[in-house]
Every structure is written in C-alpha cells, then in structure tokens.
Ligand binder design. Sequence first.
Ligand code: SF4
Length: 214
Amino acid sequence: MKAKINEIFFSIQGEGVLIGTPTIFIRLYGCNLRCSWCDSMYSVEGDDFKELSISNIIKETQKYRCDNICITGGEPLLQFDFVTLLTEKLLKVEKKIILETAGHISPPKIYQNINTIVSMDCKCPSSKMEGKSNKKNLLNLSKKDQIKFVIKDETDYLYAKKLTENNNFNANIIFQPVWGSNPGIIADKVLKDNLDVRVLPQIHKNFWGDIKGK
Ligand code: SF4
C-alpha cells in the first residue's frame, strides 16, 4: 500500500498541547476543503507529492532520533486505510503519534490508543469552511486529544466561545490566532470571559517565518 506524501521533515511542534517538542512531520497530500487562510496549500493543490510505502516512510523517520510523529496534511484521513496502517506500525515501534485533521472525517479507532493524540480543527467562519467540522467527531474526542479553533477576528472568537461554552468537550481546547494577527487581543478576551482554554500562537512561525519544511 502506498500514499501520496508531500514531505517528511524534522522540526519543532509549533501548535497545541505538544508545543515546543521536537517532532517528525509526515505531511500527506490532498484535501477536500479550501480554508481561506490555509498555510499548506502546497499539500492541497499542485501535485507536489511522492507515492511512498509504509516501509519507505518508516525508513525516513529512522534518520532522526525522535519518538514524536505528527501525521498532517492536507487532510490525512482522505487516505484513511493508509493512515490506520501507518499508525499501527509506528505504535509498534513505540512512537507517539499526533494526527492533525479538519474534523469532517471520523478518525480510525486506533486513535483511542493512549499513545496517540487527535488534533481536530473546528472551523470558524473566517475559514469559509464553517460547519464542516463534524460536531459528533468533536464530542467523541477524549482528554488526551485537542480541538483547535483558528481565530482571525471577533466573529471567529465569538463562534469559538459559544461552541466551547455550550458543549461538554472532553478534549483540550486551543484558541490559535491566525498567523499575522495579534494574539494578545484574543488572550485579553479569554481572560475577560474566563474561558477554560489555551491561547497558543504557531511558534514555529515565530522561529522561522511561514516557510515549507519547518
Ligand atoms: S483543512 Fe487544512 S489542509 Fe485543508 S484547506 Fe483547510 S487548512 Fe488547508
């Protein structure tokens, strides 16, 4: 079995609960959404991919002394069976896996494993994909997982606030300001509204800018 892979690289996890952790990123090609602020369109359009087998990928990850693997995209779950099998194989060699997904496809059951994290987006209005993240999928996440709201403006903030307050999400909630916006404005709102969420910027972009392979 092979999958379309855009890139494999070693960097710092710049988002969410594992922020700051050295991580190997496996970026799968292809996505059926089109978020207005997508920062990885090179993995969505343009046919920039290689077809790699699971053994090719595992060999590539062995170049780095690192147990954290992030499976990202694009939308990785469009290649569902491959992601399931790859995750099984990586767990067997004692890797810890985080899967980044947009929330419109249910993750495979293997993502109930304690050594995995699902990082699921909840798309806000400015993405132009509002409502695409399936609420049932968000509610099914557990404490080890995270829900990421990418927030661009006041409308997005109010949308994320309402959903957070009105649902019993088990997962960690991340409010992530869109790159280029002022994270302090969102942090102030969270404090004023006393929300039980984490406000986190994308720190890899602070380190290197918005570039591919980092
Ligand atoms: S779901 Fe992710 S990869 Fe797809 S368009 Fe949106 S931000 Fe880009």
